[in-house]
Design a protein around this ligand. Structure first.
Ligand SMILES: [Zn+2]
Length: 196
């Protein structure tokens, strides 16, 4: 990849993250990416949000935004190689996710491919703050939200709650900015997939 292409790619990731984050925090507040840089694990986003420490539906908004940035980092590490959404890739990626993280081994993941990057970022973060955590009993979608049934720990709970909140803003099919729509049942989808 040429430097120019790489720069465009990194800027694109930062812009997508900002649009996604703004949909979560609302138009009246400011969020700025100070630095976006390529690492071997994807695009690292260093950002500041105007008001820290707020709750969104009882969940730490800071943790939800942090999980979003980690999700974009994970996503960017795969998009770069042209992998995402090619036939068979989501299934293979789901298998890798279950193989890589013991927390997902007890039950298969009953969610769409658009949430797999978020689940990867969640498990990676849980490994850091809550090592040795017992596996989730169930990982599924319900009323357009991610539901994680399993152990409750002081260290892990805020991040698990943030993932459930964040899922309401992530298209379950493609991972782009989504919103809850009624489409047979209640689902979280982007505009493209909501009208498909
Ligand atoms: Zn979509």
């Amino acid at each position: 990849m040429s430097d120019l292409k790489a720069t465009g790619f990194i800027v694109g990731i930062a812009e997508d993250f900002l649009a996604h984050a703004r949909a979560i925090i609302g138009e009246h507040e400011t969020i700025v990416v100070r630095l976006a840089s390529w690492t071997e694990d994807g695009v690292e986003l260093d950002y500041v949000v105007e008001l820290g420490g707020l709750l969104l539906n009882g969940v730490s908004r800071d943790i939800a935004l942090d999980l979003l940035a980690r999700t974009y980092k994970r996503r960017s590490s795969r998009v770069l190689w042209g992998e995402w959404l090619m036939p068979g890739i989501p299934e293979r990626f789901q298998f890798l996710l279950e193989e890589r993280f013991p927390v997902y081994r007890r039950s298969s993941l009953e969610v769409g491919p658009g949430w797999l990057d978020m689940l990867w970022a969640l498990a990676e973060w849980l490994e850091q703050v809550d090592p040795g955590r017992e596996p989730f009993m169930q990982v599924k979608e319900k009323f357009g939200s991610l539901r994680l049934y399993g152990p409750v720990t002081d260290a892990g709970e805020p991040i698990v709650e943030a993932a459930e909140l964040l899922s309401g803003y992530v298209c379950e099919i493609c991972g782009k900015l989504g919103r809850r729509v009624t489409n047979g049942g209640l689902l979280t989808l982007c505009d493209d997939h909501a009208s498909a």
